[in-house]
Design a protein around this ligand. Structure first.
Ligand code: ADP
Ligand code: MG
Length: 478
C-alpha cells in the first residue's frame, strides 16, 4: 500500500542546460543559416504569446456560448467543492492515452489520501479495433486489480467507480456523455456519438463484476479536484502528458449554453483546449508540424495539442533532424535506419538531451549512437540536435503558458492567490517546463503573477480526482 499525498511537490527533476547558438562551431554558412532559420520559426516571441492568448480567450468565449465550437468547453456537471474532510473508498479507472490505471482510493479526511494502483499497457491494436474489445479490456483490468489486491465487496453492494476517460466527450450528466471524437492515437470503431459509460458498465455487467460507474470524468477535471483536496484555492487543472488540455472553475452566469440547474453558482469546464486553432489562424505551425499532422491518425485536428503534448514533440524533432540530414547539414548526411521510422524519437529522449550539461554532450551521444544507432556523431551534430530539442520543447512550454494565461485573464484569477494543478509525464519529467511556463505568465501579467499563482504537480491527479468525482456524485444523489 502506498500513501500518495497529492500535495504539490518540489519537482526533483533536472533543469535545462541551454545551448548558446553563438557557441556552436558551424561546419558551413549553409548550416548556420539553416539553424538560424529554425530558431526563427520555432521561437514564440512575447508579442506572439500575447496574440495567441488573446485569440485563445476568444475561443473560450465562443465555446461557452454554444456546442460545436473549436474549443468544446464541456460542462462537466461537477459543481460541488471539496474541503478535504471527505471520507470513503472508491475505485478509479484512468484511461489517459498511453497507460490504463486502476486505482483504489481511500479518503481518510483531513486532506489525507491513500491509494493502491496498478498500471496496464493498452495494446496498439485495441486502440484502433472494435470498441467493445477495448471496453472489455478495461473491465478485465479492473477485475484482475480487485483480485490482485484481494478487494471484495460484501453482499450485494457495488464499488463506486470514477471513470477518467480523457477524450472529448459531450457530457449530459455526471455519469453520462457521448464521445465527440477520438484523439491521441485512438480510433476504436463505432464509438463516436456513443456513451463510454454505457459501454463500460455493460462490460462490467456481462462479467458480473460488482462495479457501478458513478462518474465520468475528464482527467483535467480530476486533476483540478485532486489538487483542490489540499489546495482549496485551486482554479485550474492541466494535463501535459500524452495529450494536453485544461479545466477551470467558471461562473454559471458566464456559461450561456448551460440549460441545467440554475441554482448552481459555478461549474468546472473541461476546455478541450488541445483542439484550439483548428482554423490555423494564429499558431506558428512549421512544415515539420504539418508533416507530423498529416501522418497522424487525426489529421487537421488537435492542432495546439500536437505542438505541445508528449505524444508529438519527439516526432516533430525527428522531422527537423531528417530535414537537416537530407540537406547534408547533419551527421554528414548519414541516416540511422532507426530514425527513418516514424515515432522512434521519443519525447523522453528530449528530457535527457535538455538536461545534458556535460562538456562532450555525453548523454546526447548515448541516445544518438546507442539508442538510435547512428554510427558516429561529432560535437557539432550533438550541439545542433540539442539546440533543436530545446527549440521544440520551449515552444511547447510557451504555448502552454499562452493557454494558461488565457484562462487566468478570463477569470481574473492571476490577481489573487490561486493554485494550478498539473498532471502528466511531460510536465513531471521535462526539464524546466514549469519555469518556462512561469516565465511566459510573467511576460503576460508582470511579476505579481509569481507571488499570486502557484503551479504544482498534481501527481496521480487524474486517478484520485476520478474517485473524488465519484464521491461528489454520491453526495449530490444522496
Ligand atoms: P497519459 O497522458 O496517458 O495519462 P502520461 O501522463 O504518463 O500518460 O504521459 C505520457 C506521455 O509523456 C508520453 O507521450 C511520453 O512521450 C511522455 N513522457 C514520458 N516520459 C517522459 C519524459 N521523461 N520526458 C518527457 N516526456 C515524457
Ligand atoms: Mg494521465
Amino acid at each position: 500500500m502506498t500513501s500518495t499525498p497529492i500535495a504539490s511537490k518540489i519537482i526533483a527533476k533536472a533543469t535545462r542546460v541551454s545551448i548558446d547558438p553563438a557557441h556552436i562551431e558551424y561546419t558551413s554558412d549553409r548550416q548556420r543559416n539553416a539553424v538560424e532559420a529554425l530558431i526563427n520559426e520555432f521561437t514564440v516571441h512575447p508579442q506572439m504569446l500575447q496574440d495567441i492568448k488573446a485569440n485563445f480567450m476568444e475561443g473560450m468565449k465562443k465555446g461557452l456560448k454554444k456546442d460545436g465550437e473549436t474549443m468544446a468547453m464541456v460542462t462537466s456537471y461537477v459543481m460541488g467543492r471539496l474541503d478535504g474532510s471527505e471520507v470513503g473508498s472508491y475505485l478509479a479507472l484512468d484511461v489517459g492515452g498511453t497507460n490504463l490505471r486502476v486505482v483504489a482510493v481511500h479518503l481518510t479526511g483531513g486532506g489525507e489520501i491513500t491509494t493502491r494502483q496498478t498500471k496496464y499497457r493498452i495494446d496498439e491494436k485495441l486502440k484502433v479495433g472494435e470498441a467493445k474489445a477495448l471496453f472489455d479490456f478495461m473491465a478485465v483490468c479492473v477485475d484482475s486489480f480487485l483480485d490482485e489486491h484481494q478487494i471484495v465487496v460484501r453482499g450485494d453492494t457495488q464499488f463506486e467507480l470514477g471513470f477518467t476517460f480523457s477524450f472529448p466527450v459531450l457530457q449530459t450528466s455526471i455519469n453520462r456523455g457521448t464521445l465527440i471524437s477520438w484523439t491521441k492515437g485512438f480510433n476504436a470503431s463505432g464509438m463516436v456519438g456513443k456513451d463510454p459509460v454505457a459501454y463500460l458498465q455493460d462490460a462490467f455487467n456481462r462479467r458480473h463484476i460488482p462495479v457501478r460507474v458513478a462518474a465520468l470524468v475528464n482527467d483535467t477535471v480530476g486533476t483540478l479536484l485532486a489538487h483542490a483536496y489540499n489546495h482549496p484555492d485551486t482554479c485550474m487543472g492541466v494535463i501535459l502528458g500524452t495529450g494536453c488540455n485544461g479545466a477551470y472553475v467558471e461562473k454559471i452566469e458566464n456559461i450561456a449554453k448551460w440549460k441545467g440547474d440554475a441554482t448552481a453558482k459555478e461549474m468546472i469546464i473541461n476546455m478541450e483546449f488541445g483542439a484550439f486553432d483548428k482554423e490555423r489562424a494564429i499558431l506558428p505551425l512549421t512544415m515539420f508540424d504539418n508533416k507530423m499532422d498529416r501522418k497522424s491518425v487525426n489529421p487537421n485536428k488537435q492542432i495546439l495539442e500536437k505542438m505541445i503534448a508528449g505524444m508529438y514533440l519527439g516526432e516533430i524533432t525527428r522531422n527537423v533532424l531528417l530535414n537537416l540530414i537530407d540537406r547534408r547539414l547533419l551527421f554528414e548526411g548519414c541516416i540511422s535506419p532507426d530514425l527513418n521510422q516514424m515515432w522512434t524519437f521519443e519525447t523522453a529522449y528530449m528530457s535527457t538531451i535538455e538536461a545534458d550539461g556535460s562538456a562532450t554532450l555525453h548523454a546526447t551521444r548515448k541516445i544518438l549512437e546507442s539508442t538510435l544507432n547512428f554510427s558516429s556523431t561529432t560535437m557539432n551534430d550533438r550541439q545542433i540536435v540539442k539546440l533543436i530539442v530545446e527549440l521544440v520543447g520551449k515552444r511547447a512550454a510557451r504555448l502552454s503558458a499562452a493557454a494558461i494565461a488565457g484562462v487566468l485573464e478570463h477569470t481574473g484569477s492571476w490577481k489573487e492567490k490561486a493554485a494550478i494543478g498539473i498532471d502528466g509525464s511531460l510536465f513531471e519529467y521535462y526539464p524546466s517546463f514549469d519555469t518556462d511556463i512561469m516565465d511566459g505568465l510573467e511576460e503576460v501579467f508582470g511579476p505579481t503573477v509569481r507571488q499570486n499563482v502557484s503551479i504544482g504537480l498534481a501527481q496521480d491527479g487524474s486517478g484520485v480526482g476520478a474517485a473524488l468525482c465519484a464521491l461528489l456524485a454520491a453526495k449530490h444523489s444522496g
